[in-house]
Design a protein around this ligand. Sequence first.
Ligand SMILES: [Zn+2]
Ligand SMILES: [Zn+2]
Ligand SMILES: [Zn+2]
Length: 143
Amino acid sequence: MHITADDLIATLRINGLRITDARRAVCGVIARSHGDHLDAATIHDRVNRDLGTDIDLSTVYRTLEALEEAGAVRHAHLGEAAVYHLSEEQPHQHLVCRVCGSTTALPASDLTGFLASVENLTGFVADVEHFALWGVCSDCAPR
Ligand SMILES: [Zn+2]
Ligand SMILES: [Zn+2]
Ligand SMILES: [Zn+2]
């Protein structure tokens, strides 16, 4: 069962947003984004390509905000801009290489030991996906 553009459009409608061609196109781009890390500017470009027009970037932001408030998408920070995941994607930690810029996804389930020690030591419940871990990937590490 994958989230479809129609599911996202229904979510917007339930939340009282008027369904415009632009919002419909934003939903279409996000529904196709499985595993991609799309920021608002990239979503904007794809929507403009799909519609053959130039929609307002603020429409993209407002649509993403409404979808996030409704729990249909969530965001993470890999670098400057926030990227968006469908809520059905498994939570994961992003490992970003500061040399080549590549991103590796590590399932949150592989970090249960680390998360348990953080919580035991401090009582802090970490949201592993929200911010990326920066470092050097195996290709770029000096050997
Ligand atoms: Zn991701
Ligand atoms: Zn954030
Ligand atoms: Zn690298």
